[in-house]
Design a binder for this molecule. Structure first.
Ligand SMILES: [Zn+2]
Length: 219
């Protein structure tokens, strides 16, 4: 579709007259009429306003001249998956999982759930739980559910026998995991964390104090 047809269609869909749209965009009715006849194309500033107003990307307004691809992860972009700036403008460089509200994210799991579908994501969770349960760790109850966890909250610092302290996770990533009561009724809890690549089991006291690593296993 050409820009003129797209603009006409969007306006009709919104139930606006040319006058009403012109008023909202601070342009003349003649300008709107010329766009819809294909005599002119809105300038860059007006395209931005239209994009924001109709919630479609500028690329779509221009008749999709470019195949948009996320510059971060490489996925093909549609209006529903294009990222936005904090002010609501589309950022046509990135997908909404790699970039959101003006910042890079690494919300891998949300993207996985979206692309793979809910069923596939659940299957993956079940597989991870089976792998945790197969570790048969003494005192750790059976795992029945996994939550999405922000790396920054579960990236505990472990003390190695040689006194060195290490962290295994990335604050900016998200993981699947849970917290479990110890079956022996001790003060310590079990924490489990996983992603595509590894399983981690640790124990800790209240608020993640004095963490101890139990298992760190590549998948
Ligand atoms: Zn991306």
């Amino acid at each position: 579709m050409e820009t003129k047809e797209i603009l006409l269609e969007l306006r009709i869909k919104k139930g606006l007259s040319q006058d009403e749209l012109a008023e909202k965009l601070f342009v003349t009715r003649q300008a709107v009429s010329r766009w819809e006849k294909g005599e002119t194309v809105p300038n860059t500033e007006t395209l931005k306003l239209l994009s924001n107003f109709y919630d479609v990307s500028i690329n779509t307004l221009l008749g999709t001249p470019r195949k948009l691809i996320c510059q971060c992860c490489g996925m093909a972009l549609e209006d529903e998956t294009i990222s936005k700036e904090a002010d609501g403008d589309f950022n046509e460089e990135y997908c909404k999982w790699c970039y959101a509200d003006g910042e890079f994210t690494s919300d891998f799991w949300k993207k996985y759930a979206y692309l793979g579908g809910k069923d596939k994501f659940n299957e993956f969770k079940i597989q991870i739980m089976d792998e945790f349960n197969a570790l048969n760790i003494e005192g750790m109850p059976k795992i029945e559910s996994l939550n999405m966890l922000a790396g920054g909250y579960v990236n505990l610092e472990y003390r190695l026998p040689n006194g060195k302290k290490v962290k295994f996770l990335d604050d900016k990533s998200s993981y699947l995991g849970n917290q479990l009561e110890c079956e022996f009724g001790e003060e310590r809890c079990f924490g489990i964390v996983a992603n595509m690549d590894f399983l981690l089991v640790c124990t800790y006291e209240e608020n993640g104090e004095n963490p101890e690593l139990v298992v760190y296993k590549k998948r």
